[in-house]
Design a protein around this ligand. Structure first.
Ligand SMILES: [Zn+2]
Length: 292
């Protein structure tokens, strides 16, 4: 019998212009039941925490919309593996502040890019990331998870291979640390040449052996503007890139993937970010598979 989840969990990274609760309304408007957002500016070291009324408004809107899951995305500046001790320290403080906001919003987790150790040995860089995450988890309690995202590779970036993510999670050794698989980054890092049936099957096994699907609550569902092994991180609308409709259909066939939270971070057909058109295409890919 084919495995079928009760609800498909589909979301997108949406803008919070005019208030955090506006992102919830945007999710509803385009027909999504999950959401990803920034809790504070992604381009600043200083973190401006949302005030109590903004937090309450967000929680009320989330409840009213009946959102299944909410993730925050960390700032782009964060590099826990940086060999520059000042950058590493600022990164840890920034990530911790975003994690506090994640807790305050009662969100499910905070997704971050693992970073790059530059010239330092990879083992050392991975240990550095793990120690920083452990300290953050010690300082901020609650149910939210810190989620490590796979990277597109290049420039000594950590986490382009599932083996590295698995290794870092092993050192962190906490149920509150998890992983996110970004479909565009996977292709760009060269984990597969294309998302055909055999490659997806092999990849699913490899990820399970190293990171574990049970430790992976989120998929970043993005098509890629650049080809396999490009090491260039450029997201494309669903179906318009090198993954294509068939790639998303192939992924949705697998029970390991279909019940995850699928979050789109796509440019949008009018260039204003994730939209109803992308949401409908992704839903079609996922539902088509369910009726087989
Ligand atoms: Zn992503």
């Amino acid at each position: 019998m084919k495995f079928m989840p009760k609800t498909l969990k589909i979301g997108a990274h949406l803008q919070t212009t005019g208030g955090l609760d506006n992102a919830v309304r945007r999710a509803e408007e385009i027909g999504l039941n999950c959401l990803q957002l920034f809790g504070a500016s992604p381009r600043q070291w200083n973190v401006k925490e949302p005030n109590l009324s903004a937090i309450e408004k967000f929680k009320e809107a989330k409840k009213a919309a009946g959102l299944e899951e909410v993730y925050l995305h960390a700032a782009y500046l964060v590099n826990l593996a940086s060999p520059d001790s000042e950058i590493a320290h600022k990164s840890e403080e920034n990530l911790k502040a975003h994690f506090k906001i994640t807790k305050a919003l009662d969100a499910d987790g905070l997704i971050f890019h693992i970073g790059s150790g530059k010239d330092s040995p990879k083992d050392e860089a991975m240990k550095k990331v793990a120690s920083a995450v452990r300290r953050i988890l010690e300082d901020v309690d609650g149910r939210a998870k810190i989620v490590l995202e796979n990277s597109a590779g290049g420039g000594q970036k950590l986490g382009s291979f599932p083996e590295e993510i698995g290794e870092i999670l092993k050192i962190i050794d906490s149920k509150r640390a998890a992983a996110c698989f970004d479909t565009a980054h996977g292709l760009e890092a060269g984990l597969m040449f294309q998302y055909d049936d055999d490659s997806v099957r092999d990849f699913i096994k490899r990820w399970d052996k190293t990171v574990g699907w049970k430790n992976t609550p989120v998929i970043h569902a993005n098509d890629s503007k650049t080809a396999s092994d490009s090491h260039r991180d450029q997201h494309e609308n669903i179906g318009n890139g090198h993954i294509g409709i068939s790639g998303f259909e192939n992924m949705a066939k697998f029970k390991e993937l279909i019940d995850k939270t699928w979050i789109m971070e796509v440019p949008g057909f009018d260039g204003n970010g994730p939209d109803k058109e992308n949401a409908d295409i992704l839903k079609k890919c996922m539902k088509q598979v369910l009726v087989i």
